[in-house]
Every structure is written in structure tokens, then in C-alpha cells.
Unconditional design. Structure first.
Length: 380
């Protein structure tokens, strides 16, 4: 099946977009081509699996279709893709980056700044005044949904401002996925994913994808991957294809659970703030309603009126939630975010919750008993 993206919903595309049933065998499941090398003279002109591999290419086509991109390039991890995208820029170029961008992205930019490769300027991407600060930058790097406070930048406004100054807009769409947000439709030039999160969806692979419209940028990304060797493993690409087939059902349930938990925790004992874009109190709630399609995401953050020790106690007292970093998988995870270098700007009692697909009442009860141990939450 080769569905037409404009006429078929993305819920259907995720199931069928990646599967081209094999003409010869009728197999519905895409083939896993592990071969590192290919006999010279083959029909597909394949040569070596650091350059091209048919299993990656199925994944790239599936992500490109969902993002409304002309093409996509898969990498060994989300960070390998982000590094390749930044490597498109000339030496000394300036990158304007959202101040709450993923710590790994900010760390890479800080490193590239110390070596003189690039310069980075952090801005509050939700502040209209920041749109005036692009002058001189070659790239703007945003996230369609920042975390852990779930900030939502106005992507259409950023695209117009970036292009007005001759800059590229690149958007990390990991948290929202192309089911909730399509940055390219809003004017972005590149969209990046850590497919280790929602796209894979099972905490069992590391993979990144960068998609875009401009064939020249895509070709340079492919060349960079071939030269530097940041190519994905064949098995990981295959696992991501399998994971993506259930993305719509997983994400829909995760968004439902996140909304349910946010509503249940608001105003409870020693909960200073619940950060979730689906709540009317969220500073970008209206923008989130306009820019996101079909849900407000699977993550929320709980700002407790407790210190670091008590917040850590909550994270280690749950039975269903696992105290671990990451997001977008079938298992629910929580962590005290400011325990990480680069995240010290966050309140020490802030807990990030990444909802999985377990029963939402079970998740609330488990969280409630852990919060109650420090006098917080609905059961305290
Ligand atoms: C928003 C975001 N982008 C990129 C990355 C990096 O992806 P990876 O861990 O696959 O390298 C992460 C990882 O946590 C992330 O959360």
C-alpha cells in the first residue's frame, strides 16, 4: 500500500506507510536487511551499508511521509542527527537556540562554541521579543514542545522571523511527534527526531531522523552520515518501523493519561504547579490548542513545594512508575529533572512525568501513594 498523505489520516499512515508487502512472498512485515555489503551491479545500486541500506530507507520514507517532508535521513541516535544538522553550518556561524532545548543539544552547542566551530545564543523561544533577536544567526534551533515545562514556541512566527533574516529554522519534534505537530507545514526547514522515544516507543533502541524539503540539505546530511559514520543499525531501523505502526494508539492513550493526571493533580496538597499544555493555566495553552493536532503530549511536570530530598523520595517510592530518564515509551517514567547537569535552573522539587500506556487509575494511585509519603498530592 502506498497511501496518499493528503487523503489518508496519519493514524492510518503509521500502520501502512512503512509496509510495502513483498511482491514475491506477500510478507506484510518489512524485510530486515542486515547485509553490510551488496554485490556489485544490483538493481537498487546498493553498495555498502554505511552509505545506504534498504531497511533504513523504508524508515526514512515513513518518517518523511508523516512529516510532509520530501525526504529524511536516519542516524545512529537523535544526537547524531542533531550534530549532522548543526554540521550543515559554516565555521563560526551563530545558532539561536531555545533556552530549554534538550540538555544534550545545549551541551553540544556549548562544546562547539568552545572549539570555535559555532556560536550559540540561548533565547526564551516563547517570548515574542526573542523573535527580534535572530539578526546574524544562520540557524534557529527550537523544539515543538520544550521540556520539562512543556513550552510551546509559535513555529509559524519563528519561521517567518528566521527566513526574514536568512536563517534556517530547525525544529526538534521528538515530544510532539508528527501526529501532534508538523513543523514543516508551519514553515520549518528541518525537523529532527530522537526516534529512541515515541517513534520507537519501547525503550529498546537508539535512533535519530532528520527530515526536510530541500534536496540539497538532505543530500548534505546523507553525505555527512556516510563520511562520519553516524548511521543507524539495521536492526534498530527495523525495530523503529515496527514501533511506528502502533504510534497512533500509543500516543493517543499517553496523551489521554497525561491530561487525566494533570487534572487530578492540580490544586492538590503541596503541588505548587502542574505544567501541562492541555491545562488552561499553561502560559501557551491557546497556542498549543492551535498548533497541536489531537492531543497535548504525553509529558507533564509536577512542581512540588518540597526540597530535592523529598522529591527524590517520591521518585524512588513508586511501584509502577520507574525512576529513569527518557520519554515516549510504553512504560511510565518519572525523574527529578534538576539532578542533571544543565537542568539546575529548574526548581529542585520539580518531577518530570513521562506517561506510558498503563491503566491511568493505576498510575494515579501509585503516584498518589508516593506523593503522600512527603505530604503531597491528592491522598495527602
Ligand atoms: C527532545 C530530545 N531531542 C533529542 C534527544 C537525543 O536523542 P538520543 O538520546 O536518541 O540521542 C533527546 C534525548 O533525550 C530528547 O529528549
Amino acid at each position: 500500500m502506498s497511501p496518499e498523505p493528503t487523503r489518508i489520516s496519519r493514524e492510518t499512515l503509521v500502520v501502512h506507510g512503512s509496509s510495502r508487502s513483498d511482491q514475491r512472498t506477500g510478507a506484510l512485515v518489512p524485510p530486515l536487511i542486515l547485509s553490510a555489503t551488496f554485490a556489485h551491479g544490483n538493481q537498487e545500486q546498493l553498495a555498502y551499508s554505511r552509505d545506504r541500506n534498504p531497511t533504513w530507507e523504508l524508515l526514512e520514507a515513513a518518517v518523511a511521509q508523516l512529516e510532509g517532508a520530501s525526504g529524511a535521513v536516519a542516524f545512529a541516535s537523535g544526537m547524531a542527527g542533531i550534530a549532522a544538522a548543526l554540521d550543515l553550518l559554516p565555521v563560526g556561524a551563530e545558532v539561536v537556540v531555545a533556552q530549554d532545548a534538550y540538555t544534550g543539544t545545549r551541551d553540544l552547542l556549548a562544546h562547539l562554541s568552545t572549539t570555535g566551530r559555532l556560536r550559540a545564543r540561548r533565547v526564551d523561544a516563547t517570548a515574542p521579543a526573542a523573535l527580534e533577536e535572530i539578526g546574524g544567526a544562520a540557524m534557529v534551533w527550537l523544539e515543538s514542545m520544550g521540556n520539562p515545562l512543556l513550552s510551546i514556541p509559535d513555529l509559524r512566527a519563528w519561521a517567518a522571523a528566521a527566513h526574514g533574516q536568512g536563517a534556517i529554522l530547525a525544529v526538534d519534534n521528538t515530544l510532539a511527534t508528527p501526529l501532534l505537530c508538523r513543523p514543516l507545514e508551519l514553515g520549518a526547514d528541518l525537523v529532527a527526531h530522537s526516534a529512541s522515544k515515541h517513534l520507537g516507543g519501547h525503550s529498546d533502541l537508539m535512533l535519530g531522523v532528520v527530515a526536510g524539503q530541500d534536496p540539497e540539505l538532505l543530500s548534505r546530511l546523507r553525505q555527512q552520515r556516510t563520511r562520519q559514520g553516524g548511521c543507524p543499525g539495521q536492526l534498530e531501523a527495523w525495530l523503529a518501523l515496527r514501533g511506528m505502526r502502533t504510534l497512533a494508539v500509543r500516543l493517543s492513550r499517553q496523551c489521554q493519561t497525561a491530561g487525566f493526571l494533570a487534572g487530578a493533580l492540580v490544586g492538590t496538597s503541596r503541588v505548587r504547579e502542574v505544567h501541562y499544555p492541555g491545562l488552561p493555566t499553561h502560559p501557551q495553552h491557546e497556542l498549543a490548542e492551535a498548533q497541536l493536532d489531537g492531543g497535548f503530549g504525553a509529558m507533564l511536570a509536577l512542581e512540588l513545594e518540597v526540597g530535592a530530598v523529598a522529591a527524590e523520595q517520591v521518585c524512588t517510592s513508586t511501584r509502577i512508575w520507574t525512576n529513569a530518564t527518557s520519554l515516549g515509551s510504553v512504560e511510565s517514567l518519572l525523574e527529578r529533572r534538576s539532578r542533571w547537569a544543565g537542568e539546575e535552573y529548574l526548581p529542585e522539587g520539580l518531577i518530570r512525568l513521562s506517561c506510558g500506556i498503563e491503566n491511568q487509575e493505576d498510575l494515579l494511585e501509585d503516584l498518589g501513594q508516593a506523593l503522600a509519603q512527603v505530604g503531597a498530592g491528592p491522598l495527602a
